[in-house]
Structures are given as C-alpha cells and as structure tokens.
Design a binder for this molecule. Sequence first.
Ligand code: GDP
Ligand code: IMO
Ligand code: MG
Length: 427
Amino acid sequence: MSNRVVIGSQWGDEGKAKVVDFLTLDADVIVRFQGGANAGHTVEVEDQKFVFHLIPSGIMHQDKMCVIGNGVVLDPIQTLLEIEDLRQKGLDTKGRLIIANNAHVVLPWHSAVDKLKELKAGKAAIGTTGRGIGPCYSDKVNRIGVRVGDLLDEKELRPRIENMARIHNEEFKLMFGADPIDPETVIKDYLALGQQIAPYVKDVSEFLYKSLKDNKRLIFEGAQGTILDVDQGTYPFVTSSNTIAGYASCGSGVGPKAIDQVFGVVKAYTTRVGNGPFPTELLDEVGDNLRKIGNEYGATTGRNRRCGWFDATVVRKAAVVNGLTHLAITKLDVLDSFKEIQICTHYECDGEILNLIPNQLSKVGRCLPVYESMPGWLSDTTKCRSWDELPQAAKNYLMRLSELVDVKIGMVSVGARRDQTIVIDMN
Ligand code: GDP
Ligand code: IMO
Ligand code: MG
C-alpha cells in the first residue's frame, strides 16, 4: 500500500489529472498542495470532460475524499464555480471536499496586480495566467495575506483587508495609475463567499493525520511542473510556488515519511505555455503538427502551447529534484503518425556536456540541444491496453526515455480517457 505524489516533470500540462484520475481507483484521499487556479487539469471519463483549476481531479470518484491543502492559494469564486459545475453534472461535493482553513485567499488586488505588472513588463513579461498567483504568494510570505479561516469571521477579516487595501491601493496609484479597490466591498463580498465555503473548511493536517492513522491511501496531486518550480525552474520564468514533490508535505501539513512513491508525469514530447527558455522548441511545421495532433491549447487560458521534442535534461532534473520512483508517460499516441522522432539526450554549453538543464537563465540560453533520432511506429496505439500490444518501435522509444533518465516506467497513457492506460510496473 503506497501513498503517492504525482508531479509534473516538465513545464506543466503533462497530463497529471489523467494520471491522478487513474491512480485514484487505488486510493482514498486526493490532496492538492500548491498552486491555485493557474492550474488547468483535464479529466475525461466516458463522454464527459471536466477541467479543474482548484478541486483535486479525484473528485470524479464518488467514494473518495478530496482535500485542498494549506499550500494552495484559493480563489473562492473559482472554487464555488467548480463545485456548481460538478453539481450540475451530477457530482455532489458535500462531505467529500475539505479546504484548509490556513490556505491563503486570492483577492481582487492579486489578480489585478498580476495583470497590471505583466502589461507594464512588456517584452520581459512572464506570460502568467493572470490568476493572481504571484501577488497572493508574495502577500503570504510578506505576512499581510488573508487566509480561508479569516473569511468566516469579520473580526479577523476586517483589519487584514483594511491593511491590504492601504498597501495595494497605494501601489495601484503610484505604480500603475490604477483605480483603488474599495475595501468595504471586498469585506462584504468575501464574508458572503466565506459563508458559502464554510461547510468545507477544516484543519486539513489534522484530517490527513487521522487518515494516515486509519491506513487510508493518499495521492498528492501536483500542479504546474518541475521546471516551473520557483527554486528549481527557469527563474524568473516560473510560477510562484514550489511545485516539486518535497512540497507535498509542507503544502498539506503531513510529515515527509508519509510519502512512498513519486510519480513523474512526462509527455512523450515537451510543451510549455508562457514565456521563457525552451531549448527543444520546434518553431516549424513539426511543432505545429504536435500542437494540432496533441490538441496543445491551454486548459486555463486557451493559449497555444509551445511544442518540442522530448528533452532528457529536463526530465533528468525532475528525477533529481523530486526523487522520482516512477515515470507516467502520457500522450504517446500523439506521436503515432511521426516517421522519425527526435530525443534531446543532453546539451552542449560553453564547450561542456550538460545532462541537467542548468539553473541560470543565461546559461540555458546558450545551451545547444543534442539529438538522437528514433524511427516512429506509424500505427495506432490508442487501442493498446498492454505493453505487449504496443508496436516494437514504440516500446523501443519508451525504453530509451526511461534509460536516459534512469527511472522505471510505471504507466503509459495512449489517450485522454481513463481506460486508455497501460500499467507497466507500479511497485
Ligand atoms: P495537466 O495540467 O497536467 O493535468 O494536463 P492538462 O489537462 O492541462 O493537459 C493534458 C491534455 O492532454 C488534456 O486535454 C488531457 O485530456 C489530454 N491527455 C492526457 N493524457 C493523454 C494521452 O495519453 N493522449 C492524449 N491524446 N491526450 C491525453
Ligand atoms: P498545470 O497544473 C502550464 C505558467 C504560466 C507562466 C508561468 C507563471 O495545468 O500544469 P502564473 O500564473 O503561475 O504566475 O504563471 O507558469 N503556468 C503553467 N503552465 N501548466 C500550468 O498548470 C501552469 N500554471 C502556470 O503559463 O508561464
Ligand atoms: Mg494543465
């Protein structure tokens, strides 16, 4: 019996939700532990498609508990929209969703400043999702934030909002020439939102501690990806949270010994949304084909995802900083029609060979990807349900990826649906 962390191992959108949904069959509690509504997690079950931004992807399974941990920055409006969307599709969240009372709240100042800063940055813009993530985490660390529990008590909320209004409205005026946001309106609106989410709000770490004592099986659902991690990624072109496996513990309030396995979700190729370096990016017809066949358009913002070949220096880095125990390789089927497939095995940089994508942005910019080529399989993998059913060239490709990053393959995904999954080695 294992508690698993599921982590994006590239630049996000690797198919984490599909993998979490599948692994949930074998779990009791699913926990989001970082990020916020910048995430777009797609689950397809039979003919229904759900995109989650905050609610854990395990919610599709009616008998499982879902938890939003303290490390998440919670937008209550988005949360309620997702709850309502699920209700309309026949899925009740009452008694099955828990929100940490010590998670921070994304407020109107956060999304406004996120967008204003990006506009002002011009060419240096990060290409954020505009969901207020960076500004909310800044306020958290700066100790001026508002937490979910504060929404339930005007005595707690009022002084915090008044303080935040003083600081941010001044910033709005001086830095952006923007209109202030009225603190009284925010207090009124967010107390009302607090009443709506109140039935879900609890001490999450206490709940998880009891779950672990009762031998419940946990899945920690990562958002974004390793190379978007605020410390390990291509800083400053990153998100504002730690996206890596170690943060599952901090962001949910459980001890690190609770985690047994770390699944690194990787696309059989690479994508990135937003700005920043992407050494294996394909700016040609091949990249366009990957985008079209892979339907690579952002689940949160609808932006085109930039596409490129698999980059072993990226996934090796993920293996190193997350301690990956398994790979979950997704979207193998997207490569079905490619005659030749390239893999970046390492970089050459300043006369050196690099096996890991470097931490310094300027150095990443000087890296030249070195490729090896493998023959494609030119056949349909979407109906394969076992290793043996896969074409030999596809097996060779998968084995080469695993060998290059030195992590065994736990599962392979050959389509968006839950049943389009091949289990290899989950031990
Ligand atoms: P996440 O953010 O990591 O959960 O990934 P997204 O949901 O943003 O993007 C992954 C997209 O790929 C979604 O539309 C999924 O439905 C889809 N998907 C997941 N696995 C597969 C797969 O194996 N093959 C194909 N063709 N699509 C997949
Ligand atoms: P999931 O969980 C892909 C990217 C943004 C931008 C950078 C910073 O669906 O994989 P932010 O709004 O977080 O301050 O933006 O991070 N980004 C993602 N890219 N998938 C995501 O989430 C992302 N969440 C943020 O595009 O480049
Ligand atoms: Mg996504």
